[in-house]
Design a protein around this ligand. Structure first.
Ligand SMILES: Nc1ncnc2c1ncn2[C@@H]1O[C@H](COP(=O)(O)OP(=O)(O)OP(=O)(O)O)[C@@H](O)[C@H]1O
Length: 238
């Protein structure tokens, strides 16, 4: 082990986990089954693949982690902070500062250009803006180029781009300003398997460079090989 990796290992032992979930459960209503989630500790910089059949609560789990739903019971700590103990505006700030989220439908802003969609987190968070170490537009362009979006497309509205391009723009938006945590919900479902593998490798390589923790949800278990860890959802209490 060289000095650098010793230093990294030392930091890992003492830094709070990126994601720490304990005894978490949630129900969509009194007539609905309670979804029970496994305990989970994901160290900073590691990548987890979360899978399970349709309806087992993968999207619900991500919404709980993103602070968009409140747990029925249990706790979620992100970077040592119990996000559900924060008030709504502090929780929104925490999300903007520390998390990139890639949704199934990408949630890009349709009337903005590709580049303006990518720089959006820098407008919402001083921390993300400062972390780019350069002008947000320059950082966005660097990411778009690395994700193979042709320069001729950077100033086009996102609605004029292909689904695969929109997906990579959503990834660039999640990566800009090096947030500690990226949550991705089935962002590859519209792609063929070659493009899917290429996208995941790009996302994870760029996450690796930024020491970003990634939690990636999919029902397609063939993708698990790209990740450090995998976890299956499926327990439901009556
Ligand atoms: N907005 C909602 N209102 C009520 N019930 C919901 C809502 N969203 C999800 N559910 C229910 O919660 C359970 C878990 O759904 P969820 O979408 O989290 O599963 P999933 O594992 O992500 O499924 P898929 O792989 O099909 O996307 C399902 O029984 C679903 O019907």
């Amino acid at each position: 082990m060289n000095n650098q990796s010793e230093t990294n290992a030392h930091h890992r032992e003492h830094a709070p986990a990126a994601i720490d979930v304990k005894s978490l459960s949630f129900s969509w209503g009194s007539q609905q089954p309670t979804l029970l989630f496994p305990d989970l500790t994901l160290p900073q910089g590691e990548h987890l693949f979360l899978h399970g059949p349709s309806g087992t609560g993968k999207s619900t789990f991500l919404s709980l982690l993103a602070g968009m739903l409140a747990p029925g019971a249990g706790s979620i700590k992100l970077l040592g902070t119990d996000i559900h103990q924060l008030g709504a505006s502090k929780r929104d700030r925490f999300r903007a500062d520390h998390m990139g989220v890639i949704f199934q439908q990408f949630n890009l802003v349709p009337y903005l250009t590709a580049e303006a969609n990518v720089t959006l987190p820098c407008r919402l968070s001083h921390r993300r803006k400062a972390a780019t170490g350069e002008a947000p537009a320059a950082a966005a362009q660097r990411l778009l180029a690395a994700l193979a979006i042709p320069q001729s497309h950077w100033q086009r509205k996102v609605t004029q781009l292909s689904i695969g391009q929109q997906q990579r723009i959503a990834a660039a938006r999640a990566l800009i300003g090096a947030p500690e945590i990226i949550l991705a919900d089935e962002p590859t479902s519209a792609l063929d398997s070659d493009n899917r593998d290429r996208f995941i490798q790009l996302l994870l390589t760029m996450a690796e460079q930024r020491n970003t923790s990634v939690l990636f949800v999919s029902h397609d278990r063939s993708l698990a090989q790209h990740f450090h860890h995998q976890l299956e959802l499926g327990q439901v209490a009556a």
